[in-house]
Ligand binder design. Structure first.
Ligand code: PGA
Length: 249
């Protein structure tokens, strides 16, 4: 049985005091071990949020990382720096980073490998644009993203540590959700890609989230689909809606 994982991606929202206040406000209601709950605040709030959740089951996640260990990389943050404040998960390859910061599959792959080297779980995001879906290229696009982003990663790591997030770009922040069937169809397809790359057992174990306008009113249907093992939540993770999503059942 794959344990569900629900992550809140706060993106570039909430300064440190607000981040801490918000966590204090909701933490008792999202503190569960039924599902893995991950909060991904901005870098400058990580330490404070880490302290706020230290006595809970809630895990800390980052939104980005650099793939070098240390050195002259102005403005970048290493995995060690993240791990030192308690980060257990890190989003890589979010479509906003691919789009605005030229993050390629190759860069995503390097980041994922570096995170795994240091025992932090990458949440590897993949997903097609509206144009790619409308021209029926979505399966090819997502296949390439999965293959290149996971290239060379050991199957044990895929089974135990890696999380894949399927986020169709046209559903992010738009209020348009993929239907539960569309989301499940792609998550199932991703599992097949993983099976072809590794084996069936690894594919059965890897956790695959859906992300894109997940809200309290659609969370249950999405999270009950056969191949969807969680949600990556943007906008709704900034409000009490996140409490309802975590408690979807
Ligand atoms: P959204 O964002 O829930 O606001 O659509 C999802 C994401 O970008 O991870």
């Amino acid at each position: 049985m794959r344990k569900k994982i629900i992550a809140g991606n706060w993106k570039m929202n909430y300064c440190v005091n607000k981040a801490e206040d918000f966590v204090e406000e909701i933490k008792d209601r999202i503190n569960t071990d039924e599902v893995d709950v991950v909060l991904c605040p901005n870098f400058v709030s990580l330490d404070r949020v880490s302290e706020a959740i230290y006595d809970t089951n809630i895990k800390l996640g980052a939104q980005n990382v650099y793939f070098e260990d240390k050195g002259a990389y102005t403005g970048e943050t290493s995995v060690d720096m993240l791990a030192a404040v308690g980060v257990k998960y890190c989003i890589v390859g979010h479509s906003e980073r691919r789009q605005y910061f030229a993050e390629t599959n190759e860069i995503v792959n390097k980041k994922a490998k570096k995170l795994l080297e240091k025992d932090v779980s990458p949440i590897v995001c993949v997903g097609e644009t509206l144009e790619e879906r409308e021209s029926s290229k979505m399966f090819d696009v997502v296949k390439e993203q999965v293959e290149k982003s996971l290239d060379g990663i050991d199957k044990d790591m895929i089974a135990k540590k890696v999380v894949i997030a399927y986020e169709p770009i046209w559903a992010i922040g738009t209020g348009k959700t993929a239907s539960a069937e569309q989301a499940n169809e792609m998550c199932k397809y991703i599992r097949k890609v993983v099976s072809d790359m590794y084996d069936e057992k690894t594919a059965e174990l890897v956790r695959i989230q859906y992300g894109g306008s997940v809200k309290p009113n659609n969370a249950k249907e999405i999270l009950n689909m056969s191949d969807i093992d969680g949600a990556l939540v943007g906008g709704a993770s900034l409000t009490n809606d996140f409490v309802a999503i975590v408690n979807y059942d």
